[in-house]
Design a protein around this ligand. Structure first.
Ligand code: 5GP
Ligand code: ZN
Length: 112
């Protein structure tokens, strides 16, 4: 999908601060970090949002979830981390390519 910001980042057409990559996933630093550590985990295939995930994607989504603790540790978050998936306009999603936020560090605000 050529007009997708994150597909352009995966393709290297838009620069990003990549911290991990494999066959299925691309992980990079958020351009506007909301915590000391703030990275985005995205699938290399274009899926618009969690609302567009189907059973066809269940292995991929499981792979993403299972990778999160390792990615957090790679960022030095040995004490835990926060995961956020915003879905659709009502969920505050701004970029229409499925992404999981990993946040952590000493300045992580409370969430109530
Ligand atoms: P959303 O609100 O869709 O869940 O999160 C989108 C995230 O993407 C935001 O935290 C925003 O800062 C980040 N973002 C938007 N544009 C860019 C970009 O061009 N590069 C990077 N690295 N992050 C971006
Ligand atoms: Zn995309």
């Amino acid at each position: 999908m050529t007009d997708c910001l994150f597909c352009k980042i995966i393709a290297g057409d838009i620069p990003s601060n990549n911290v991990y990559e494999d066959e299925q996933l691309y992980v990079f630093k958020d351009i506007d970090p909301k915590a000391q550590v703030h990275i985005l985990v995205i699938p290399k295939i274009h899926i618009a949002s969690l609302d567009d995930v189907t059973t066809e994607h269940q292995d991929l989504v499981a792979t993403m979830m299972l990778k999160l603790p390792e990615l957090a540790r790679l960022q030095g978050l040995s004490d835990g981390f926060r995961t956020i998936i915003n879905t659709g306009p009502g969920g505050g999603q701004e970029v229409g390519h499925l992404h999981m936020h990993i946040l952590g560090g000493e300045d992580l605000p409370g969430f109530k």
